[in-house]
Design a binder for this molecule. Structure first.
Ligand code: NDP
Length: 246
């Protein structure tokens, strides 16, 4: 395999950490961003204790200038970015009739506008080098909608619209662009959901349980492999059978 440079946004989070580790195990040099330096350094040290070396750069993916500075910093540490995983995301759940403009904007800025903010400074280099792998971490709730998540579902469905357009524009440049749509995975984001609600969700999943972060990371590894060169514009549902639509 060819060792590549990978940027995983939100790599310090539950799914992000699993993706960082999976890509490192595949032989790539991996970087992620942080907003809280203390938290990031502690994470980096914990990963190092487990045998993983990750590069770090400050960056708020909801902000255009901060995202560009983050990309340039990672490039200065590791070299040009060949693999980009747009993974950072947040929820601000409430029913739409109670939703504030801020709750809407924070989610759209972090989950969807981040795809522009981070991919835009990366895409020219990928096109020039004629190789790239871009994966958006969307969500089952962008496919089927979810009560209390009009903002989140809109942002996550938007990510796939971004994917299929970018895939068309860049197919001739050796760049594949795909979406991974996870179902409910046991991370901090889902631990915030009350336990009785989580149990009800698990009961609706044919496999009978929530997912593990490594099960999402495995799909990212698959889509970013050299051999995945004919997979572009796809949306891979990884949800234990919870939703079997597009
Ligand atoms: P976590 O909350 O564990 O991690 C989210 C990460 O995103 C954190 O590292 C966080 O950093 C980072 N982040 C959030 N906002 C920003 C920002 N503005 N700039 C930079 N980084 C930011 O979430 P998960 O690991 O569970 O989720 C990862 C992705 O997977 C998300 O996009 C989520 O929507 C998606 N997903 C998750 C599912 C689940 O069941 N867990 C299901 C379907 C999709 P910080 O530490 O600074 O807050």
């Amino acid at each position: 395999m060819t060792a590549r440079v990978a940027l995983v946004t939100g790599g310090i989070g539950g799914i992000g950490t699993a993706i960082c580790r999976h890509l490192a195990q595949a032989g790539h040099r991996v970087a992620t961003n942080y907003r809280d330096e203390g938290k990031a350094k502690a994470w980096q040290a914990a990963q190092k204790a487990d045998g993983f070396e990750f590069a770090l750069a400050a960056g708020d993916v909801s902000d255009v200038a901060s995202s560009e500075a983050m990309v340039r910093e990672i490039e200065s540490q590791l070299g040009p970015i060949d693999i980009l995983i747009n993974n950072a995301g947040i929820t601000r759940d409430t029913t739409f009739h109670k939703m504030s403009a801020l709750q809407w904007q924070e989610v759209i800025n972090t989950n969807l506008n981040s795809c522009f903010n981070v991919t835009r400074p990366v895409i020219d280099g990928m096109r020039a080098r004629k190789w790239g792998r871009i994966v958006q971490i969307s969500s089952i709730n962008g496919q089927k909608g979810q009560y209390g998540q009009a903002n989140y579902a809109a942002s996550k469905a938007g990510m796939h619209g971004f994917t299929i357009s970018l895939a068309q524009e860049n197919a001739k440049f050796g760049i594949t662009v795909n979406t991974v749509s996870p179902g409910y995975v046991l991370t901090e984001m889902v631990r915030a959901v009350p336990e009785d609600v989580r149990a009800k969700i698990a009961a609706q999943i044919p496999v009978g349980r929530l997912g593990e972060p490594e099960e999402i990371a495995y799909a990212v590894g698959f889509l970013t492999a050299e051999q995945a060169s004919w997979i572009t514009g796809a949306n891979l549902s990884i949800n234990g059978g919870h939703y079997m639509g597009w």
